[in-house]
Design a protein around this ligand. Structure first.
Ligand SMILES: Cc1cc2c(cc1C)[n+](S(=O)(=O)[O-])c1c(=O)[nH]c(=O)nc-1n2C[C@H](O)[C@H](O)[C@H](O)COP(=O)(O)O
Length: 491
C-alpha cells in the first residue's frame, strides 16, 4: 500500500513519530531515545521528509541495518508530501554567488588555495565540522608550523634525472608515499561523499583509509574500489565488541589490507566551531532552552558508541579476530611506540587527530623525530612501520617526514576541501600538486628515490623548541579561520 504525505503527517510527535527517507516511510518512535544525535533532530522532521538532513550523516544502509523491518512502512506518494517552503536565505544566496565566482581548478596552485576556497564556499556546518579542532586549536596550527622548524641540508651533484616517488606501505606498492586518511562525514562536503575519494585514490594509485564514521556505507566504498586498488579500515572501537568483531571480519572478508585502530579518541574532542554551529542551525530551537545536550555538535552526536575502556589488554583479542596488519592510529609518544612493537602490532600512526582531540598535544612530525632514533637504538625500526599525519600541506612536509623515517604520510583536510569544492577533479589535483612538489624538491635536495631520503638531509635542531620564531606562515594564516560566529551573535 502506498502511503500519502498526510498519512505520515499524522505521526509527528514523540508518541508516534514517522519520517520519510528517500520516498519511504519509517516508524522511528521506539528508536527516538537510542538516536546518538538525540531526539530533537528527529522530532524536527517528524511527519515530514527528512532525507536532506539524513543523507550527510548516515550511510545509505543505516535503516536497513539498524531499524527492524516491522518499522519499515513502505513507499510514500511523494507528490502528496507538502514540500517545505524554503525561506529565502540571504546567506545562502551569497554563498551561491561565491560558488559561481570560484576560480578555475587550474588556478589552484597549492593545498592552501583549496582551503581558502572551501572556507568561502562550503556550507557553514560542513566547513565548521571539517576545519574545527579542539579548544584553542593550538595543536592544529602547531601540526603545520612544526614543519617550518625543520630545514633541509641538500646534497649536490647527485644524478636526479629520474625521480621515483613510488614506495610500499603495508606491502602495497603505491605511486606516492601519502594516503587519504580517515575523516568522517564526507557527505557534509559533497553529495556523493567518500566514494569521490575512492575514485581519485584509484586514479593516482594512492591508498584510501575508510572511516568508521563515513557518510557512505562500507559496502558502497568497497564496491567503488577498482582493479587491485587497496583500502584500509579505520576503526572506532564500539562498546559492544560483537559489533566491532563483525565490522573487522567483514572488512577483512571484503579485502581491506590494514586495520587502523584509533586510540586517541576515547571521547571525541571539544570542537567549538562544530558545536557553535549547532546553535545557529535555524529551527533547532536549542536557544529556547530545549534539553539538547549543549555539548552537541556533529562530532559528539555521532560518537557516543566509542568505547573509552579500550586498553593494551584488548590488543591480543584484535590479533585473534583478524589477520589484517594492525596499526594503532593516534600514538603520541615514543614509549607507546615501543609498547606497540612489544605488543606485536605492525605499525603506528603518530598523530593527534588533526588537532581535534587533545589541545597542546605535540605535532606528529615532532613525535616522529623523537621516535625514530630510539627505535633505531633498539633495533626496532624495521620491525614496526611508522606513519605520521597532521598539518601536511606541502611536498616538502612529506619529504621531511620520510627523511626522518616515516613509511608514509596521512593527509586529511586538504582532500576534504578539494572534494567539497571541485569534486573528484579537485582531489586528483591535490594529489598531482603534491607529486609535482615532491618531484621538484627531491631533485633539489639530491635524492632520486624514496629510499635515498635519510635524516642527514635535515636540520631538526629547532624542531623541539616551540618558542623560536618560525617564518610567518602568511599563506596558511590567511586561510585560517579562527571563528565562525554568525554576525548577529556578535551584537
Ligand atoms: C579533518 C578531520 C579529521 C578526522 C575526522 C574528521 C575530520 C573532518 N574524523 S572525526 O570526525 O572522528 O574527528 C576522524 C575519524 O573519524 N577517525 C579518525 O581516526 N580520525 C579522524 N580524523 C583525523 C584524521 O584521520 C587525521 O588524523 C587528520 O585529519 C590529519 O590532519 P590534517 O587534517 O591536517 O591532514
Amino acid at each position: 500500500m502506498v502511503l500519502t504525505g498526510s498519512d505520515v503527517a499524522k505521526h509527528a510527535d514523540e508518541k508516534s513519530c514517522w519520517v520519510i527517507i528517500h520516498g519511504k516511510a519509517y516508524d522511528v518512535t521506539e528508536f527516538l531515545p537510542e538516536h546518538p544525535g538525540g531526539e530533537e533532530i528527529i522530532l524536527k522532521y517528524a511527519g515530514k521528509d527528512a532525507t536532506e538532513e539524513f543523507d550527510p550523516i548516515h550511510p545509505r544502509d543505516t535503516l536497513d541495518k539498524y531499524l527492524e523491518k516491522s518499522k519499515h512502512l513502505g513507499p510514500v506518494d511523494m507528490s502528496t508530501v507538502a514540500q517545505e517552503v524554503k525561506k529565502e536565505d540571504p546567506e545562502e544566496a551569497e554563498r551561491q554567488q561565491r560558488i559561481a565566482e570560484m576560480p578555475s581548478l587550474a588556478q589552484c596552485f597549492n593545498l592552501h588555495d583549496f582551503e581558502a576556497i572551501a572556507r568561502r564556499t562550503m556550507k557553514k556546518a560542513a566547513w565548521g565540522y571539517y576545519s574545527s579542532a579542539a579548544d584553542d586549536e593550538i595543536t592544529m596550527r602547531e601540526n603545520h608550523s612544526a614543519y617550518h622548524r625543520i630545514w633541509f641540508r641538500p646534497q649536490i651533484l647527485v644524478d636526479v634525472s629520474t625521480i621515483d616517488l613510488s614506495t610500499t606501505m603495508l606491502g602495497t606498492k603505491v605511486d606516492a608515499p601519502f594516503y587519504i586518511t580517515a575523516t568522517a562525514l564526507g557527505k557534509l562536503g559533497h553529495p556523493e561523499g567518500e566514494v569521490v575519494l575512492t575514485r581519485a585514490a584509484h586514479k593516482h594509485n594512492v591508498v584510501q583509509m575508510i572511516p568508521t564514521l563515513a557518510s557512505c556505507s562500507f559496502d558502497e566504498l568497497v564496491d567503488a574500489r577498482q582493479g587491485n586498488q587497496v583500502q584500509w579500515l579505520q576503526l572506532y572501537v564500539n562498546k559492544d565488541r560483537s559489533i566491532t568483531k563483525k565490522i573487522v571480519q567483514e572488512a577483512e572478508r571484503r579485502g581491506c589490507k590494514g586495520l587502523f585502530i584509533t586510540v586517541d579518541a576515547p571521547q571525541l574532542g571539544r570542537r567549538e566551531k562544530d558545536m557553535r554551529l549547532k546553535f545557529t542551525d535555524t529551527g533547532s530551537n536549542v536557544q529556547k532552552g530545549q534539553k539538547t545536550d549543549t555539548s552537541q555538535g556533529a562530532a559528539r552526536a555521532i560518537s557516543t558508541f566509542i568505547d573509552p575502556s579500550l586498553s593494551w589488554a584488548d590488543i591480543p583479542w584484535f590479533q585473534s579476530i583478524t589477520k589484517m596488519p594492525i596499526i594503532l592510529k593516534g600514538v603520541q609518544r615514543v614509549e607507546d611506540v615501543l609498547r606497540a612493537a612489544e605488543a606485536g602490532v605492525q605499525g603506528v600512526v603518530l598523530s593527534n587527530h588533526g588537532g581535534r582531540q587533545l589541545d597542546f598535544a605535540r605535532s606528529g612530525i615532532e613525535i616522529l623525530a623523537e621516535t625514530m632514533p630510539v627505535l633505531r637504538q633498539h633495533g626496532l625500526d624495521k620491525k614496526i612501520d611508522v606513519f605520521v599525519d597532521g598539518g601536511v600541506r606541502r611536498g616538502t612536509d612529506i619529504l621531511k617526514a620520510l627523511c626522518l623515517g616515516a613509511k608514509g604520510v596521512g593527509i586529511g583536510r586538504p582532500f576534504l576541501y578539494a572534494m567539497s569544492t571541485y569534486g573528484q577533479a579537485g582531489v586528483e589535483r591535490v594529489m598531482q600538486l603534491l607529486k609535482d612538489e615532491m618531484e621538484m624538491n627531491m631533485r633539489l635536495i639530491g635524492a632520486a628515490k624514496i629510499e635515498d631520503l635519510h635524516p642527514g638531509l635535515l636540520d631538526t635542531r629547532s624542531l623541539f623548541v616551540h618558542s623560536n620564531s618560525t617564518p610567518v606562515d602568511s599563506l596558511s594564516l590567511t586561510t585560517y579561520d579562527p571563528l565562525i560566529v554568525p554576525a548577529q551573535r556578535l551584537k
